[in-house]
Design a protein around this ligand. Structure first.
Ligand SMILES: C[S@@+](CC[C@H](N)C(=O)[O-])C[C@H]1O[C@@H](n2cnc3c(N)ncnc32)[C@H](O)[C@@H]1O
Length: 267
């Protein structure tokens, strides 16, 4: 059903892509990714540390990892061991995709519309990635009329995008979309997963200036509906105003934790 071909001309040296080897009907299942419990799950911190130690791994780790949380990435083992027989890592991005993930079974890639023989098979990387993506800032070469230019991975926030593509997003992305109904945080923030010692927490992804709005509560302010740690007033990096907006008290460098002192003052 599919064929892997060279795409150096379109995307750059050594790049490959996948094309349809036969006509594909809308809704047809195209590829069953062989992702399994054997795959590597690495935290963003570990990946960034590994890239710092071994810069030659950058391309491999950034191109072939998939977000499963704001700070967690899946790296298919078959690819890591170079025994890769899983073409799911070779689907390129398009801002007008013809493929997506099957919402009933996140590991299957399905056709969004009918696809002609020879057509390139693409999905929108916004179905998998959000702002902390390791390939944020990639200049898109999809050559479509709706091309966004630079991939910033914030499209899941757009209601039209959600309406059109929710069913084709990965389960991580669907969770992020649903979260937007109860809490909003800036594109400059990301969450760190909970550990045995610590609850989930919110952090700056890039420099945030004093006075910037970093998050907004859409319901009652309590620890059950957000990820902002309640700390004593000397440690708080942000304050909350009467509109339930969380505002940076100081300039916050990347990685700083977003914290509040709201104890006993639920709005
Ligand atoms: C998962 S790989 C896709 C397969 C890749 N073409 C290969 O041969 O290994 C993701 C990488 O492909 C490239 N890529 C995919 N879609 C692209 C697009 N629309 N514009 C520019 N680069 C793209 C980027 O370098 C991206 O980090």
């Amino acid at each position: 059903m599919i064929q892997i071909v060279d795409a150096s001309e379109k995307y750059g040296d050594g790049q490959k892509t996948i094309i349809a080897a036969e006509p594909i009907a809308a809704g047809e299942k195209i590829w069953w990714c062989s992702c399994s419990d054997d795959d590597y799950i690495m935290s963003r911190d570990d990946i960034l540390h590994l890239i710092e130690m071994q810069p030659h791994l950058r391309r491999f780790l950034c191109w072939y990892s998939y977000m499963t949380e704001d700070d967690m990435y899946l790296i298919p083992r078959t690819f890591a061991t170079e025994l890769n027989n899983d073409a799911c890592v070779l689907f390129n991005h398009s801002c007008e995709p013809n493929c997506g993930f099957d919402s009933g079974d996140g590991n299957t890639i399905v056709a969004i519309r009918s696809i002609s023989i020879g057509e390139e098979l693409t999905y929108d990387y916004n179905f998998l990635e959000t702002e902390p993506s390791l390939i944020r800032g990639t200049v898109c070469k999809c050559d479509t009329l709706s091309c966004v230019g630079t991939l910033m991975f914030d499209r899941y926030r757009d209601e039209d995008f959600q309406k059109r593509f929710y069913l084709y997003m990965s389960s991580y992305l669907q969770t992020r979309v649903r979260e937007l109904e109860t809490k909003w945080y800036s594109t400059k923030c990301f969450t760190r997963s909970a550990t045995d010692e610590k609850r989930k927490s919110l952090h700056a992804l890039e420099w945030i200036q004093a006075g910037e709005i970093v998050a907004r509560f859409l319901g009652p302010v309590n620890i059950d509906n957000h990820f902002i740690r309640d700390v004593n007033k000397f440690e708080a990096t942000c304050m909350i105003d009467e509109h339930k907006q969380v505002i940076a008290l100081y300039d916050l460098p990347a990685e700083s934790e977003i914290t509040l002192n709201y104890h006993g003052k639920l709005l």
